[in-house]
Design a protein around this ligand. Structure first.
Ligand code: GP9
Ligand code: MN
Length: 426
């Protein structure tokens, strides 16, 4: 009820981090191209298999200052069973997924105040999602309407011939290629979400499409993980070239992110071999890093930034780059570029990581040594606050509380009946 929403509102407004004045509004009116790197973990960046880079193109974005990207190497995913859908929910709403199941499915008809709707109402943006799977997967065709996604280019817009598909759907190379004309057809400014798919468990790839040999741990899905990562890397390079040819590269914010881990704890033996260290519970938590890269037109890249951060922080960051005050909305994350950005990253299971220590199932570890430590009162309090935050986010979703919240900005509630995807009729 309205008491509950007030509690959530007070919490998030209190957590709010003031924008960085140098970056507030710098991306106003620029297109936003957000690229989803399926199952991509940060250990792949600059990783060498048999002396060879696995993802040379992504590495070049990270390593070459001329590319003007900023890379966050201590960025963590915060997803649970909702996997890709949790990542989408978090990054477009700055709220947590649910502890069980997928909020996209069970909370698909909730009221949301999501990034697509805010960008539309505050900046005249059009939002489109591009993905080579069918629209009802993860209940996207329902919840996207609550988010204010104008167009969903699902599998029905692509050539899904036998040659073009593998595993869950369309291969990334034809996906990006066929997305270009659709992208060019959008009204600008647009917010485009490009969701890749080939680098997905169990990492299937045809021999003719694999540019590198598999790893040799004997754990099949781990071994081919490197081959599909390379395939994704090549698909990205092609897409970047196409964006440049189309004149879209220079006037767009380009953001790349990993959605969740690709190699689960069931593969610790093989991972230990590849990383040359034992995968302890501490190490396993450190492996939940996924990449975040961002390039803003006209803004110098900052190279590799070590700020600890999570997927929750992306939406407030994008709002501030737009010159939209994140405090007007209910968001659990804080702006990555703010000097007050919060460096406690709660995971959905209640574990957490900070720059100094990590907590896994009640045990605290020193990040420098990986050794167990006795928690201080302050650490225990940080843990309680993280649990409280998760609880508030659950209240928000389970009670559909955004129904009762009016953002401080001009706001009209999203009407889901106004949106149609693919061949849906009225
Ligand atoms: C399916 C794709 C994969 O459309 O997004 O989802 P995941 O299994 O990673 O949640
Ligand atoms: Mn996924």
């Amino acid at each position: 009820d309205s008491d509950d929403i007030t509690e959530v509102e007070n919490y998030t407004k209190n957590k709010f981090a003031e924008p960085n004045p140098e970056l507030f509004g710098v991306a106003k009116g620029k297109n936003i191209i957000k690229i989803h790197l399926e199952s991509f973990q940060s250990f792949l960046i600059n990783y060498k298999l048999r002396g060879e880079e696995v993802t040379p193109f992504l590495n070049s974005l990270v390593n070459d200052p001329e590319q003007d990207f900023t890379y966050f190497d201590n960025f963590f995913h915060q997803t649970e069973q909702g996997k890709t859908a949790d990542a989408e929910l978090i990054m477009d709403n700055s709220i947590y997924g649910l502890p069980q199941g997928s909020a996209f499915v069970t909370r698909g008809s909730n009221t949301y105040q999501a990034l697509p709707a805010i960008l539309h109402q505050q900046g005249g943006y059009t939002t489109a999602v591009f993905h080579g799977d069918y629209k009802s997967f993860w209940n996207r065709d329902e919840i996207y309407k609550q988010f204010g996604v104008d167009t969903y280019f699902d599998a029905s817009y692509y050539n899904m011939s036998e040659d073009n598909i593998i595993n869950y759907g369309l291969k990334d190379k034809p996906f990006f290629e066929e997305s270009m004309p659709l992208l060019k057809s959008l009204n600008q400014p647009f917010y485009a979400h490009m969701m890749t798919l080939t680098h997905h468990h169990p990492y299937l790839i045809g021999e003719d499409e694999a540019s590198i040999a598999p790893a040799e741990t004997g754990d099949k899905s781990v071994d081919t993980y490197f081959q599909t990562a390379r395939y994704l890397d090549e698909a990205l390079e092609q897409f970047f070239n196409d964006l440049k040819d189309a004149g879209l590269y220079d006037n767009s914010v380009i953001l790349l992110y990993g959605d969740h881990y690709g190699i689960s704890k069931n593969h610790n033996r093989a991972m230990g071999e590849l990383l040359d260290e034992e995968i302890t519970p501490f190490k396993s938590t450190q492996l939940q890093r996924v990449p975040l890269l961002i390039k803003v037109p006209g803004v110098d890249g900052m190279g590799t930034v070590h700020e600890y951060s999570g997927q929750m922080d992306v939406m407030p960051t994008l709002l501030h780059l737009q010159g939209i005050n994140a405090q007007d909305y209910i968001l659990f994350g804080t702006d990555l570029f703010s000097k007050d950005h919060k460096e406690v990253i709660p995971f959905r299971n209640g574990d957490l990581v900070t720059p100094e220590y990590t907590e896994v199932s009640g045990t605290f570890y020193d990040n420098n040594t990986g050794e167990e430590i006795e928690p201080t009162d302050e650490m225990l309090q940080v843990k309680q606050e993280a649990l409280h935050e998760l609880e508030l986010s659950d209240k928000l979703l389970n009670g559909d509380l955004l129904r009762f919240y009016k953002p401080n900005a001009d706001w009209s509630p999203v009407d889901p009946t106004k949106y149609r995807y693919g061949n849906e009729s009225g």
